[in-house]
Each structure stands twice: as structure tokens, then as C-alpha cells.
Design a protein around this ligand. Structure first.
Ligand code: IVH
Length: 670
């Protein structure tokens, strides 16, 4: 029977509705969350109107999630959506033994082709495509259900959001990774802010994928490799050809994939990549072998946990036995004393290792390690080599390790706070690495950002007796600096200019720069918003402090402890006298909430205040000043002789104009 004309039209319209909803949702996301719009305002509006018209014609297809029903949002929501996998996400049988790999190969049908791939060490992800659109990105979860982390996955530029000419429904699976370089930078930043470090890139990628703040995820720089396509009616007879097709469609598929025809070829691949992988930008922990032909895959089938047609060979963690010459102790800026293994140098993953962290006293005791032992050093997914054990048995009677009682730098008696693993030097004001560390933190980029005053110069100035506290920075003279080794008049002038400029660093950053334990950049901002000056903060009670988001008991105690030290009060007084911003300026002080959530464009000339004054007022009343008109503009603060282009645009988008008088009335009503 011929399909009737109406059914055909409405089918097309249904498809159009679905595809417009997806496209507009995607555009909203790119606009609001990534701040990278893909459609012009006009295109967006035309499509939205078309969608509204179609939905009005077909109320039976209404959907509360349609972009016509909602405003764009930059919230990912409190939690992720739980999603059941369309095909369970299985793991792979794995082995560290090349012999077992050979056995596995021997048990396969003759002349079978094997695809060899790198085993990426990240988090598995399942990307769902419908009608060419990426609609879900589900983590492995428990293999049966996972979390939909689509918003975070969309920050990975190499993952296509939309494709033409692809099957109606399919899934791409692969691995989300944080490249080594990004991982190291992230840890450096976390160290600076006294946040716990990620042990390896996989943990960092996993922590990143779970964040609710998409902008932060975007900053971290995740990447992805895809290695498996699932669905019905998919192209190609073999895994290799299918991945090649996926690559052609635009998916990030690794170049390191080979079809092998013999055990020798497989072994050669393992040998080659065992070395070459060390040069890759991302972490790998083995090789995956897969039967290439899908018919052969089907006849081999699955066990309950993994496919019989694939196996993973895991690289051995690189390990070396070497002599532990001595344990030395390093004192950080906050006084934590970290034991360090000084080793007879050994080659490990292409680098020479002669130092490794021993973390803390309990760690050393748990392995019964002492100087003179031969110890195992390993370099796995971590960048910092670690000691994992020692050669031979421990003779408890011969074990005499004692953690030092006094600070190796200043001789003060160490203290160990209950519940913490670390020993600390309490001599904050007199212990050289703590003093220098605090100054280094104070001048660092995210704190006072004093250019030119690096670790080395601080060391020299300290040796000269010119720097003992952060307040001494503001007493430095150009001649003092120019006299130092390797520094001349020019660098001295630069540093002095940097010090001068630091006097306009806002209060929130000054608070972070003070280096109060556990008060990182974000916490400092939150505290500074509540306590508008150092004087207010000084008298804050524990309860008041703990009422601030992010401030728990420990941080509150640290803040109170900081102000209880007389030396700190003296430093603060000197900083204030030097002109450092110890309170929020008027511009940072909110005057009201009349403009909260509003995006305002200023255009024309005004009689009561200058444009710059209006900009400040907008901020002070919680609004946001932007320069160009769009459909997101709440209103235009319109003065005399407003630009004709802006007026036209405002009219076409229906953005209201507000006169100077009306605007001031809005504020005074607040
Ligand atoms: S195939 C049914 N290929 O390793 C087989 N997995 O231990 C699906 N992995 O959960 C997996 N690189 O997260 C495959 N080239 C690769 C891989 C790979 C890394 C991960 C994946 C999987 C785990 C299994």
C-alpha cells in the first residue's frame, strides 16, 4: 500500500523537530557553557522560531526538555544522570606474561588476523550518537549502568558533536585521558594551592570527568582515543576497517593500530611499543590484541566478564633494585618535613633516578626501610618515582629507623599533629625554607604576581639578610637588588616596578598570598567576599568562618591561628603601611542586588555619570556589563546619541532601552 501523503509529511516534520531540538540544545550549550557560539544569533532565532511553529502544529510531540521550553543553562546539575548501557561495558582478560599471550594466540583458529592496539590508561567512555548527534557520554560505572557526563565530554574538541552520513544509532567507545603535560601542570598548581595531588593521569582524568564545573573541565584539557564501534547495521566486516571508517568520519582513532598475521608480528609490536610508548603524550599501560574479523569474533563469543576474542598484555611496571644511600629530609613552605630517598642512580623509563619520595614516617615503617638497604624503585603511571619494597626479609631486631626529632634546617623540635601523617617544623618565623617558601608563594603569579622576583633572587636576598618576611619586600631598594650577583640595574628596576604594581592587587588575592595554611585561591575569594578587610577577618569567630562555603573546621582554626601569632600582625601592619590592599576597594563592594543576573550594554553619552562610572555601578549592583548587543542582553543603558547599529540590533532582538534616569531609579529603589 502506498503510504499516504500526510503520514509522510508528518514523519519528516517529526524528524525535523527532533533534529532542531538537538541542534539548538547543542548551540545553547556552546553559547552558555563554552562561550564559543557556533550559530549567529539570527540563525539561532530562525531555527527556534521554526521549532516553535512545528511544535504548535504537533502538540502530540511536545517535550518539556525542548529548547523552546527552557532558557539555555550553564548548569550541569547537581548530579549526573544514571544511564543503563545499551551493551554492557565489559573489561578485558589481561596478563603480564608474554607466554600467556602466545598461548592465547595458539588457541585461535588458524590464519586469524589480530589487530594490535595500545591500551590507553584512562577512563572508558561510551559515546552515543543518534541521527548523527552526540546525545550521551556514559562512563563505565559498574559496567551495567554509568553516569552521563556529556557536558564534560563536550569540552574535548576532537570528539565530533555532529556527523553527516553516519548510521542512525551507534556507539563509540574509547578512553578519556589527561595528557602527561596537563597532568603535571595541574599537580604543580595543586601543590601551589596546597590541594591534594593526583597520583597519576588516570586519577586526574577521573576526578576531572566528575567535576560539576564544565569551565574547569575545559581548562584541564582532557583528550580521547576511541577504539570500539557498536551498534546495528554498521559498516565493515572487520574491526580494523570499522575503526578506519570511524577515523574517516572524524573520530579520534589512534595511528598505532596494526593488523598482524603471525605471533612474531604481534611480539614485534609489543617490543616496539614497549619502548616507543614512553614518548607518547598520554599514559598507556599495555597492548590490546583483538581478533579482526567480526564473524570470527562472534563464534568466539564472550565469557561473563570479557570477550574471548580479545586480550590485554600489560607492560611490567618499570622497577629497579638500588642502594638506599641515605634518607634526607626536606622542609616545605608550611613546615611539613618530607623524607626523601637518596639512591644510587639507576635508569628507569629512560631517565636516571636518584631521588624518590618516602612520603612520611608511617610509610617508611610499613616497608621497614632504612639507609643501607637495597630497595625497589618503580615508575608506573606516576611521575614521581616511588619505593615499593626492599630486597630480602626484614629482621625486626636489626631495624633501627628513627624519624628526626628536630628540624634539619633550623633545629626546632618537630611536632606531629594528631590524625596527620606528617611531622612539621613549628618554627614558621625562623626556619629558612619556610621563610623563603612563604615569600615565593607571596610573589607567585596567582598571588601578588611580582615579576622577576624568582626563587633564586629570593634566595640571594635572604642570604644578604634583606628578606625575612613578606613585608620586607616593600622595603627593598633598587640598589639592594642591583648589587646582587647576576642582577643589574635593569632587572632591579623591573623588580621594583613589579613590587609597586603589586600594591593594586585586590584584597582577595592578597589574602591568598598571605599563605595561610589550606587557604587556596578559591577559598580566599570566598572569605574575602564575606570579610571585606583584614581588620574584619582578624576578629572573625570560628562559627562565622565556618559559615562560609568551603571553610571547614581545620581552615577556620588555621585562620584563627594565623591571627593569633604576633609576628603575623606585625607583618600585616607593615603591608598595610606599604600600601598593599588589605581591604576591598569600593569597586569590589556590592551596593545592592538590583541588577543581579542582568547583562547590560552601555551606549551613547550621559549627563549624570561617566560611562566608566556606570560600568562600576553595574558591577556593584550585581550586573554584568558587555559590549555588544545579543538576544541575551537584558537591556541597553541608552544615553544621548546612541549608536544607530546598536539601536537597530536592539529593535530586531526586542531588547529594551533604559534611559539614564530610569536606570538610576532602578538602583535607588534597591
Ligand atoms: S577494547 C570488550 N581497546 O581497558 C572490549 N580497551 O581492561 C572493550 N582500554 O575497559 C575494550 N585501551 O577502558 C579496548 N585499545 C583498547 C583499550 C581498551 C584501553 C581499556 C578500556 C577497558 C579496559 C579493559
Amino acid at each position: 500500500m502506498e503510504p499516504d501523503l500526510f503520514t509522510n509529511i508528518s514523519n519528516n516534520e517529526h524528524e525535523e523537530i527532533i533534529s532542531l531540538r538537538k541542534e539548538l540544545t547543542d548551540a545553547n550549550y556552546r553559547y552558555y557553557v563554552l562561550s564559543q557560539p557556533t550559530l549567529s544569533d539570527k540563525e539561532f532565532d530562525d531555527k527556534l522560531r521554526r521549532l516553535q511553529d512545528l511544535e504548535a502544529l504537533h502538540p502530540e510531540w511536545s517535550d518539556p526538555n525542548s529548547p523552546t521550553q527552557k532558557v539555555g543553562s550553564d548548569l550541569v546539575g547537581g548530579k549526573f544522570e544514571r544511564v543503563k548501557h545499551q551493551y554492557p561495558m565489559l573489561s578485558l582478560a589481561n596478563t603480564y606474561s608474554q607466554e600467556e599471550i602466545q598461548d592465547w594466540l595458539h588457541h585461535l583458529p588458524e590464519n586469524v588476523e589480530i589487530v594490535c592496539e595500545l591500551k590507553y590508561d584512562g577512563l572508558s567512555i561510551s559515546l552515543w550518537y543518534e541521527d548523527g548527534y552526540l546525545v550521551k557520554a556514559v562512563t563505565r560505572g559498574d559496567g551495567v549502568q554509568g553516569d552521563n557526563v556529556l557536558a564534560n565530554i563536550r569540552t574535548i574538541g576532537s570528539i565530533p558533536q555532529h556527523l553527516d552520513g553516519v548510521p542512525k544509532h551507534f556507539e563509540m567507545r574509547g578512553e578519556v585521558l589527561l595528557p602527561w603535560e596537563r597532568f603535571e601542570a595541574l599537580n604543580r598548581e595543586r601543590e601551589e594551592q596546597e590541594e591534594p595531588l593526583f597520583a597519576n593521569p588516570r586519577n586526574a582524568a577521573s576526578g576531572t570527568l566528575k567535576l560539576q564545573d564544565v569551565k574547569e573541565v575545559a581548562k584541564r584539557g582532557l583528550t580521547c582515543y576511541l577504539y570500539y564501534m557498536l551498534g546495528e547495521d554498521l559498516p565493515a566486516e572487520t574491526h580494523y576497517d570499522r575503526l578506519a571508517t570511524a577515523k574517516q568520519w572524524g573520530f579520534p582513532v589512534s595511528d598505532a593500530i596494526r593488523v598482524c598475521h603471525s605471533i612474531e608480528e604481534v611480539m614485534e609490536y609489543i617490543r616496539y611499543w614497549g619502548e616507543e610508548r614512553k614518548k607518547l603524550p598520554v599514559a598507556t599501560d599495555g597492548i590490546v590484541l583483538k581478533v579482526n574479523n567480526f564473524r570470527q569474533q562472534v563464534s568466539l563469543g564472550f565469557t561473563a566478564k570479557s570477550p574471548r576474542w580479545a586480550i590485554a598484555y600489560k607492560f611490567p611496571a618499570e622497577k629497579q633494585l638500588t642502594l638506599l644511600r641515605a634518607i634526607t629530609y626536606q622542609v616545605g613552605r608550611t613546615g611539613v618535613v618530607t623524607p626523601v630517598a637518596n639512591l644510587e642512580p639507576v635508569q628507569l623509563s629512560g631517565t636516571i633516578v636518584q631521588r624518590a619520595t618516602l612520603h612520611n614516617e608511617d610509610f617508611i615503617r610499613s616497608l621497614s626501610i632504612q639507609a643501607g638497604d637495597r630497595v625497589w624503585v618503580e615508575k608506573g603511571g606516576e611521575i614521581i618515582p616511588k619505593i615499593t619494597g626492599k630486597e630480602g626479609e626484614t629482621n625486626e631486631e636489626g631495624y633501627h629507623y628513627i624519624f628526626p626529632e628536630t628540624c634539619p634546617e633550623c633545629g626546632a623540635r618537630l611536632v606531629r599533629i594528631e590524625g596527620e601523617a606528617a611531622w612539621r617544623c613549628p618554627n614558621e618565623e625562623g626556619c629558612p625554607p619556610q621563610i623563603k617558601g612563604k615569600i615565593e608563594h607571596f610573589v607567585s603569579r596567582k598571588a601578588m604576581n611580582i615579576d622577576g622576583l624568582g626563587e633564586e633572587t629570593i634566595g640571594l636576598l635572604y642570604d644578604q639578610g634583606l628578606l625575612r618576611t613578606i613585608a620586607d619586600i616593600y622595603d627593598l631598594k633598587a640598589e639592594d637588588i642591583a648589587r646582587l650577583e647576576r642582577l643589574g640595574d635593569k632587572s632591579a628596576a623591573n623588580i621594583i616596578a613589579g613590587i609597586e604594581a603589586s600594591k593594586s592587587v585586590p584584597w582577595a588575592r592578597v589574602l591568598f598570598a598571605l599563605g595561610i595554611r589550606m587557604v587556596g585561591e578559591t577559598t580566599a575569594k570566598k572569605i574575602a567576599r564575606r570579610f571585606r578587610s583584614v581588620d574584619e577577618l582578624q576578629w572573625a569567630t570560628k562559627e562565622q568562618l565556618m559559615a562560609i562555603d568551603d571553610v571547614g573546621e581545620q581552615i577556620a582554626d588555621n585562620i584563627i591561628g594565623y591571627f593569633a601569632a604576633f609576628g603575623n600582625i606585625e607583618i600585616l601592619t607593615r603591608l598595610k603601611a606599604a600600601g598593599v590592599q588589605m581591604s576591598a576597594t569600593d569597586e569590589e563592594t556590592p551596593l545592592g542586588t538590583a541588577l543581579e543576573g542582568q547583562t547590560i550594554v552601555i551606549s551613547g553619552t550621559f549627563t549624570q555619570h561617566s560611562r566608566d562610572e556606570y560600568k562600576v555601578l553595574i558591577e556593584q549592583y550585581g550586573g554584568k556589563n558587555v559590549s555588544s548587543v545579543s538576544k541575551k542582553t537584558s537591556f541597553i543603558l541608552a544615553g544621548e546619541a546612541m549608536g544607530p547599529e546598536k539601536r537597530k540590533k536592539a529593535e530586531s532582538l526586542g531588547v529594551p532601552l533604559v534611559s539614564e534616569e530610569e536606570f538610576l531609579a532602578m538602583l535607588s529603589n534597591n
